[in-house]
Design a protein around this ligand. Structure first.
Ligand code: THU
Length: 140
């Protein structure tokens, strides 16, 4: 982890308590950094209707969109949780990452005790579906 990523890590760990997870009691926190140095964060937000829950990674990415930052590429996304191994994002979050990040965008998987694993989007979601496929496959 470089110094920028360490800053994301400290922020994400600091925000872990903010997670709204009364059902699973499983807190997750994410922070992302843009090329120009902006940071957005997110925690998981659960719901009594369990399927309406949203993961921390998507909250961080949707905050990025909500703040009008989509012309400022994401440089790195970091995730943390109280897991024994560095936490790994769910499939839905990986697909949302594919919408707003590049194949080589860095993803740092961590846990609250400081273990970490560095990857790229392509590492964790190879052969992903994109807008290019949508254009290709359109009926004429
Ligand atoms: N969760 C996340 O926020 N991110 C992940 O990468 C995995 C799962 C949340 C969703 C739910 O609130 C809780 O963790 C248990 O699945």
């Amino acid at each position: 982890m470089n110094s920028e990523e360490k800053k994301l890590y400290d922020l994400a760990v600091e925000h872990l308590d903010t997670a709204y997870a009364p059902y699973s009691k499983f807190h997750v926190s994410a922070a992302l950094l843009t090329e120009s140095g902006k940071i957005t964060t997110g925690v998981n937000i659960e719901n009594a209707a369990y399927g309406s829950t949203i993961c921390a990674e998507r909250v961080a990415i949707f905050n990025y969109v909500n703040q009008g930052l989509t012309n400022d590429p994401i440089k790195c996304l970091l995730i943390t949780g109280n897991t024994s191994r560095p936490i790994s994002p769910c499939g839905s979050c990986r697909q949302v990452m594919a919408e707003f990040m590049q194949a080589d965008t860095k993803i740092v998987l961590t846990n609250a005790k400081g273990d970490y694993k560095e990857a790229t989007l392509a590492d964790i979601l190879p052969y992903y579906f994109t807008d290019g496929d949508l254009v290709d496959g359109r009926n004429k």
